[in-house]
Write a new protein. Structure first.
Length: 147
């Protein structure tokens, strides 16, 4: 099991996951928060942006607090890539821009639509997708099937 995935339980290594987006204000922030909440026992979560905005999207903050009880403003802020530690896994949010090459052992794109400027239902749909994908990533790491 450990031979296929360097982060499997056999190696007892907790990987660092970076969720990357352009502004680090919405999807990547939600992914960082949900990663910490839902998979903190399996991986460490970070987020950053290629062109960080000045603040986290207020709709994302409000809805994450309402749905999950997570206050992203209290625990997170917009960060450039340079503030990330060395990471093992990079997850891009589907930003449809040229995301930089960032050193990692595994990379995947979640292809999520940006809900910024849309109704709450768009945010809730993206939040549900992030929850599902975060739990899937957690399971793949635990099973040693990350490829």
């Amino acid at each position: 099991m450990g031979a296929r995935c360097p982060f499997s339980a056999a190696n007892h290594q907790k990987p660092k996951v970076a969720f990357l987006c352009v502004h680090n204000s919405c999807r990547s922030q939600m992914a960082e928060a949900l990663g910490k909440r839902l998979a903190g026992d399996v991986f460490e979560s970070y987020s950053a942006g290629t062109e960080p905005g000045s603040r986290i999207n207020p709709d994302a903050v409000r809805l994450m607090k309402q749905v999950y009880g997570i206050d992203m403003e209290a625990t997170q802020h917009n960060k450039p890539l340079s503030q990330l530690p060395a990471v093992d896994i990079v997850v891009t949010m589907g930003c449809n821009v040229q995301c930089p090459t960032f050193p990692c052992s595994h990379r995947e794109d979640w292809g999520l639509e940006d809900p910024s400027g849309k109704e709450d239902q768009a945010f809730l749909a993206v939040m549900a997708q992030i929850e599902e994908k975060t739990l899937d990533l957690k399971c793949r790491i635990q099973a040693g099937t990350l490829n």
